[in-house]
Design a protein around this ligand. Structure first.
Ligand SMILES: Nc1ncnc2c1ncn2[C@@H]1O[C@H](COP(=O)(O)OP(=O)(O)OP(=O)(O)O)[C@@H](O)[C@H]1O
Ligand SMILES: [Mg+2]
Length: 237
């Protein structure tokens, strides 16, 4: 069976910098998979290539069998490949509700959009409490929740997340990861990019370790968590 997302030999360069050097990975429907690695490994570049925000130099990316390299970003989003960008690109001068409504800007059926917003607010009670607050006045954790909530409103078939734990206190990180598990249980397929290797491998069924643009290890999340090389390199020994 073919995976929902299939990437083969993906290469991306910025000028002379070979950021991604021929990587292969799959995300089968129904799974959480993760791509972990440290600063500058090429994680964000990989996600940007999937969303058509940087151009791949080589290789193939197929989503539900369709070649992504032929599509524009908005078409990729319409197919259901939706990204929560690094640094939570929310609109700080709009309210929480307005940000959520933006997630639906390509959808016509207002009624089901309203229902989806209710569902997101049930998932993130903190956002419900702050529905009329300006997004810029939210805490970092609340902003991350808003960015995820907005992506959910866009009706993803595969949700791409770029370091949702970045800059957040451990207790908030726990909260975010618990919610990701919940969304996954409800049926969503997730591809998670993280420097927080331990947390990411805990929720992922399968993980890929990226170093300097190359995948150096891949295995089940449990196996990588127990791998001495992973522990030494990413989890403080
Ligand atoms: N716009 C750019 N122009 C030139 N080089 C870039 C650009 N963006 C990233 N790079 C380089 O590409 C490589 C991969 O960067 P990338 O941002 O994909 O890493 P990352 O794994 O997401 O790192 P981090 O965990 O810090 O977010 C790095 O060497 C980086 O310096
Ligand atoms: Mg990054």
């Amino acid at each position: 069976m073919t995976a929902l997302l299939e990437v083969r030999g993906l290469r991306v360069a910025y000028g002379h910098v070979q950021a991604v050097q021929g990587i292969d990975f799959d995300v089968p429907a129904g799974e959480i998979r993760t791509l972990v690695g440290s600063n500058g490994a090429g994680k964000s570049t990989t996600l940007l290539a999937l969303s058509g925000l940087v151009r791949a130099q080589g290789g193939s990316m197929r989503f539900d069998g369709e070649d992504l390299s032929r599509l524009k970003t908005h078409q990729i989003v319409e197919r259901g490949l939706v990204q929560v960008a690094e640094g939570r690109a929310i609109l700080t001068t709009l309210t929480v509700r307005e940000n959520l409504e933006l997630g639906a800007y390509r959808r016509r059926e207002r009624r089901s959009v309203a229902q989806d917003i209710e569902r997101v607010l049930a998932l993130f009670p903190r956002l419900h409490e702050r529905i009329d607050a300006l997004a810029g006045n939210l805490s970092g954790g609340e902003q991350q929740m808003l960015a995820i909530g907005r992506a959910l409103i866009a009706k993803p078939r595969l949700l791409l997340l770029d370091e949702p734990s970045m800059g957040l206190a451990p207790i908030i990180v726990q909260d975010i990861f618990r919610t990701l598990r919940e969304i996954h249980r409800d049926g969503l397929t997730i591809f998670l990019v993280e420097q927080n290797v331990r947390q990411a491998l805990k929720i992922a069924s399968f993980g890929y370790v990226l170093e300097s643009g190359k995948i150096v290890l891949e295995n089940t999340g449990a196996a990588l968590l127990g791998d001495a090389r992973v522990a030494a390199a990413y989890m403080g020994g």
